[in-house]
Structure formats: structure tokens, C-alpha cells
Design a protein around this ligand. Structure first.
Ligand SMILES: CC(C)(COP(=O)(O)OP(=O)(O)OC[C@H]1O[C@@H](n2cnc3c(N)ncnc32)[C@H](O)[C@@H]1OP(=O)(O)O)[C@@H](O)C(=O)NCCC(=O)NCCS
Length: 193
């Protein structure tokens, strides 16, 4: 299925487990200010684990002005007029990993514990499946236990754990964890024989 067709289903209204309403839709260039505010609201210790310098307005401006949803698809969750969370599907579009999507997720503390991250990841995995990706993966540092637990609940399994392999933005080393989920169904495999 084409990305264009897939994106037609947004905006999409979602109800979380505490019955609060939420809207899912892809990032737009007009979101620059709100998306920057979103990252400023992430607690500083957690920001250390984000791979980009997201507090710098230029970084977010560049993302919003040069949107390439085929490569990076940030799916925003809006609640009470604010960006509450985001799940992103990253695609390589070529090379050895062209059949593997990478998923990441981040939810602001005040919106946690009501199933938002789980709903966002389930949604972005469904998008990956509809785009005919064969696998999705997610990367973590050893301390992100809540996230690892949540991805495991969604069917991801641990592929790799490398001790002291990565460094956060303060150059402190952490374990690296790679989790993955196979999107091919048994019937698809059976049909390939
Ligand atoms: C991890 C994170 C995404 C969870 O967001 P959330 O919206 O609170 O998650 P959900 O409410 O959907 O929780 C789903 C499940 O994850 C688990 N979980 C979530 N937070 C947890 C925590 N702090 N401790 C233990 N388990 C936790 C629970 O089992 C929960 O299931 P339950 O609702 O049946 O109890 C959020 O804490 C976050 O953004 N953390 C920082 C960024 C990060 O680690 N990102 C992952 C890197 S890809």
C-alpha cells in the first residue's frame, strides 16, 4: 500500500483506557512551535537519551520544514490542544535494511500510564505492516526498562544487548538493546514456498 493512501486515514480519533480522547496525525510543518515545546517539556534526564539536540529550535525547524514522511514518519498524539506523545517510523528506503522499519516513542510524563504509548506504537506498527515492511525494530538504552517492557507486551523480542556500547548526550556509557518484531504472517511465509 502506498504511503499517500495510508496517510489518508488521519487525523484519527482514539479513546484511551481512562476514556480520555486523543487525536493521531502525522507531523506538519505548522507544528514547529508546538513540537519544540513538546521536547522542552521532556524531563532533562530523559532528554539525555534522545539522539538529537531537540531543545535547539533549529533542529525542530529543520525537521518540520524538510518533512520526508517516507523516511521519517512522526505520528503525533494531541490531547487538550497539546502534543502529548509521538511515535516515529524511520525507513531506510534502500540498502540492507530497506525491509526493516525502526520505531521510537516518547510520551510526556503527565500523559503517561493511560495506554498512550501502547496505542501509538500499535498504530505505527500497523502503518509499517501496511507499507509492506517485513520487520520493525526499536533501540533502547539499558535504563529504559518501562519502554522495553511495553514493547515486549506488543510482541517485540530482545535481539541484542551490548554492555556499555552507547553514550548519552553527557557521554555516559549505557547498555544498548535492540528489539524486533516480525511482520510477516505465517500464511505469507507459506505462500512463498
Ligand atoms: C516508556 C513510555 C513510552 C511509556 O509511556 P506510557 O504512555 O505511560 O505507556 P502506556 O501507558 O501505554 O503503558 C503500556 C505498558 O507499559 C508498561 N509501563 C509503562 N510505564 C511503565 C513504568 N514506568 N514502569 C513499568 N512499566 C511501565 C506497563 O506494563 C503498561 O501496561 P499497563 O498499562 O497494562 O500497565 C514513556 O514512559 C516514555 O516516553 N519514556 C521515555 C522515552 C522512552 O523510553 N522511549 C522509548 C525509546 S524507543
Amino acid at each position: 500500500m502506498s504511503l499517500e493512501f495510508e496517510l489518508q486515514k488521519y487525523p484519527k480519533q482514539i479513546k484511551l483506557k481512562d476514556a480520555s480522547a486523543c487525536q493521531f496525525r502525522p507531523l506538519r510543518k505548522e507544528d514547529e512551535k508546538k513540537f519544540h515545546e513538546f521536547f522542552l517539556a521532556v524531563p532533562a534526564p530523559e532528554r539525555m537519551f534522545i539522539k538529537h539536540r531537540v531543545t535547539e529550535p533549529d533542529v525542530i525547524r529543520d525537521w518540520c520544514r524538510n518533512l520526508d514522511l517516507g523516511r521519517n514518519l512522526p505520528l503525533l498524539a494531541s490531547m487538550q490542544g497539546q502534543i502529548a506523545g509521538v511515535a516515529t517510523l524511520h525507513q531506510q528506503l534502500g540498502g540492507w535494511k530497506r525491509h526493516i522499519g525502526r520505531v521510537s516513542v516518547l510520551v510526556l510524563p503527565q500523559f503517561r500510564g493511560r495506554g498512550l504509548a501502547r496505542a501509538l506504537v500499535a498504530e505505527i506498527v500497523a502503518v509499517a505492516r501496511n507499507l509492506s515492511l517485513e520487520k520493525v525494530e526499536a533501540e533502547f538504552i539499558g535504563d529504559q526498562e518501562a519502554a522495553v517492557k511495553m514493547f515486549a507486551m506488543l510482541g517485540f523480542s530482545n535481539l541484542v544487548r551490548l554492555e556499555g556500547y552507547v553514550k548519552d548526550m553527557q557521554a555516559i556509557t549505557h547498555d544498548y538493546i535492540l528489539m524486533g518484531l516480525d511482520l510477516k504472517t505465517d500464511e505469507e511465509y507459506a505462500g512463498m514456498g
